[in-house]
Design a protein around this ligand. Structure first.
Ligand code: ADP
Ligand code: ASP
Ligand code: MG
Length: 453
C-alpha cells in the first residue's frame, strides 16, 4: 500500500486537480490519498475569522469568495453525474462556516478553539471534492482517527491512540481512500484541533506508519528536496537521495518541504519518503531512506530558521558550568522548551538557542531557577541576543570534514557578516550558524555558493 499526500498548490486549481486525478487513478494498488485545503484557503479562513472578530463586515464578502472558489472548482473538475451531490455536501459545510463567522462577529472574540474549528473547513471541503473526482474513491474522516492531546498549551498528536484508530478504521476493503490532512480532534473532549500549519504531511506519515505502507509520497510544487529554498536560491539543485536524518535536520532548520514531525513515524518504521512534483509527475524527485546513512559525505542542503534567540549564562568559576548547564537544560525541558546548544565567540559559559516564540518563557524559567543564586553570582543573569536567524548546513558524516565549519565561518566573516554563535562538532550531520536576521539571506547565498554549487 502507498500513501500519497497532495499539498495546497497541488489541489489549488482545476488544472492541478486534474493532475492529482491522473496520478492517483494511474496507481494500480491500494492507496491512501491525504489532501490539504485548496491552496491559500487556510490563510484566507484565518483572515476572514479575524475580520469577523473585529466586526468588520468585509468578512461576509470574503466568506462568499471562499464559497465561490470551491463551487468553481467543483464545476470544473467533478463529473456531471456527481456534481449535484458534491455541491450539496460542500454547501452544507459552507452554511455551517457562515454561521460560525456570524457568531464570531457577534461575540467579537476569537479563541484558539474557534479558529481551529474555522480552519478545519478547508480540508473538510477539499477532501469531499477530491473524493468525488477520483474513480473508486472513498472518504475517511480524520476527525475520527487523528487524535491530539494537550502538551504545554499546544495540541500534539497522541500517536499511540491515533495508530490504533487508523488500524481499526482502515481495516475494511477500499481501493483509493481519501483523507483530509491537518485536522484532528482532542482525545478527551472531542473538540476539533489540528496538527499545526503544514500538518497534512504529518497526517500522511501517521497513516503510512500505522498501515505499514511501502512508501510515503509527498506531492508538492517543486521537483524534489533541493539544496536550498528555490525561491531564495534560484540555482538550487534537486537532491536525488538523502537520509532520514538529513531531511529531518533540514526541515527542523526551516526547509518548508516537509513538516518536521512527519519524518519520525516513517523513519521509525523504515518507510521511505519520496518528494515529487504534481506539475511534473515524470521527474524523479527525491528519495529519502535509511540506506543513504553511511555512504560518505556530501552536502544535502542549506536552510534558514528565522526567529531564534541566543541565551548566554556565565560563571566566575569553570567548575560551576556543568551545574549551571544541567540546571538550565533540565528546567527548560520540564517546561517543554526546545533548545539547541551552541558556542558563542563573544560569550563564555553556557550558550544555547531557542525559538524567539519561547524567548520570554525561557528567560522567566531561568530567572526563577537561579533567583536564589543571583545575588552572589550576578553572571547567572542571562544575556539574551534576539532577532537572530539560524543557518544550517546539512550532510551526514561531517566528521570526515573537520575543517568545514571553520571554512564557512571565515567566508561569512570575510563578507562582513556577524556570526554570533555556531555549533560545530556537536552533530555528525549538521553545522549551524546564528546571524542577525537581516543578514540571513546573504549568508544563505554565500554558504550555498561555497558548499553546494
Ligand atoms: P505544500 O503546499 O505542497 O505542502 P509547501 O509550500 O509546504 O508545499 O512546501 C513546498 C515549498 O517549500 C516549495 O515551494 C519551496 O518554495 C519551499 N522550500 C523551502 N526549502 C526548500 C528546499 N530545500 N527544497 C525544496 N523546496 C523548498
Ligand atoms: N492547510 C494547512 C496549512 O495550510 C495544512 C497543510 O497544508 O498541510 O497549513
Ligand atoms: Mg507543506
Amino acid at each position: 500500500m502507498k500513501v500519497l499526500k497532495f499539498g495546497g498548490t497541488s489541489v489549488g486549481t482545476p488544472e492541478s486537480l486534474r493532475n492529482v486525478k491522473r496520478i492517483v487513478e494511474g496507481i494500480d494498488s491500494q492507496t491512501v490519498v491525504v489532501v490539504s485545503a485548496l491552496g491559500g484557503i487556510t490563510d484566507r479562513l484565518i483572515a476572514t475569522a479575524r475580520l469577523a472578530a473585529a466586526d468588520n463586515p468585509a468578512f461576509r464578502e470574503e466568506m462568499e469568495g471562499i464559497a465561490a472558489r470551491h463551487f468553481n472548482v467543483i464545476e470544473q473538475v467533478v463529473d456531471e453525474g456527481a456534481k449535484g451531490q458534491t455541491r450539496s455536501e460542500v454547501a452544507r459545510l459552507l452554511e455551517n462556516l457562515r454561521r460560525i463567522f456570524e457568531g464570531i462577529s457577534l461575540i467579537r472574540h476569537l479563541p484558539t478553539q474557534t479558529l481551529d474549528l474555522v480552519v478545519s473547513f478547508g480540508e473538510r471541503m477539499s477532501s469531499v471534492i477530491v473524493t468525488s473526482m477520483i474513480k473508486g474513491a472513498k472518504r475517511f474522516d480524520s476527525l475520527s482517527f487523528i487524535k491530539t492531546e494537550e502538551w504545554f498549551g499546544k495540541n500534539v498528536a497522541d500517536q499511540k491512540l491515533t495508530t490504533a484508530l487508523i488500524k481499526d478504521t482502515f481495516n475494511v476493503s477500499f481501493d483509493k481512500a481519501i483523507v483530509p490532512g491537518f485536522i484532528s480532534t482532542d482525545r478527551d473532549s472531542g473538540i476539533i484541533t489540528n496538527l499545526g500549519r503544514g500538518g497534512s504531511d504529518f497526517t500522511a506519515a501517521l497513516v503510512a506508519a500505522a498501515l505499514d505502507a511501502s512508501v510515503l509520497e509527498i506531492w508538492t510544487d517543486v521537483d524534489g528536496f533541493m539544496t536550498a529554498d528555490p525561491r531564495l536560491i534560484p540555482n538550487a539543485r534537486v537532491v536525488d537521495r538523502m537520509s532520514f536524518v538529513e531531511s529531518m535536520e533540514l526541515c527542523t532548520y526551516g526547509a518548508k518541504v516537509i513538516y518536521p514531525p512527519t519524518i519520525y513515524p516513517v523513519f521509525h518504521k523504515n518507510i521511505p519518503i519520496r518528494i515529487l512534483n504534481t506539475f511534473k509527475p515524470e521527474a524523479p524527485g527525491t528519495f529519502i531512506s535509511d540506506s543513504e546513512r553511511n555512504e560518505g559525505f556530501s552536502i544535502k542542503g542549506v536552510s534558514v530558521l528565522r526567529g531564534t534567540s541566543l541565551f548566554s549564562l556565565a560563571s566566575e568559576m569553570a567548575s560551576d558550568l556543568t551545574d549551571v548547564e544541567t540546571r538550565t537544560f533540565n528546567a527548560l525541558a520540564r517546561q517543554g522548551i526546545r533548545l539547541y546548544p551552541v558556542s558563542s565567540p563573544g560569550n563564555r559559559g553556557v550558550n544555547f538557542a531557542v525559538s524567539s516564540e519561547d524567548e520570554a518563557k525561557t528567560r522567566s524559567v531561568i530567572v526563577s531557577e537561579f533567583a536564589p543564586d543571583i545575588p552572589d553570582r550576578p553572571l547567572l543573569n542571562p544575556v539574551v541576543t534576539d532577532k537572530l536567524s539560524t543557518l544550517a548546513v546539512v550532510g551526514d558524516n561531517l566528521k570526515d570534514q573537520p575543517r568545514l565549519g571553520a571554512r564557512i565561518r571565515n567566508s561569512l566573516e570575510r563578507a562582513g557578516l556577524k556570526v554570533c554563535a555556531f555549533s560545530d562538532g556537536m552533530s555528525d550531520s549538521t553545522l549551524t550558524f546564528m546571524l542577525p536576521r537581516e543578514e540571513a539571506d546573504d549568508a544563505l547565498r554565500i554558504v550555498h555558493a561555497l558548499v553546494a554549487e
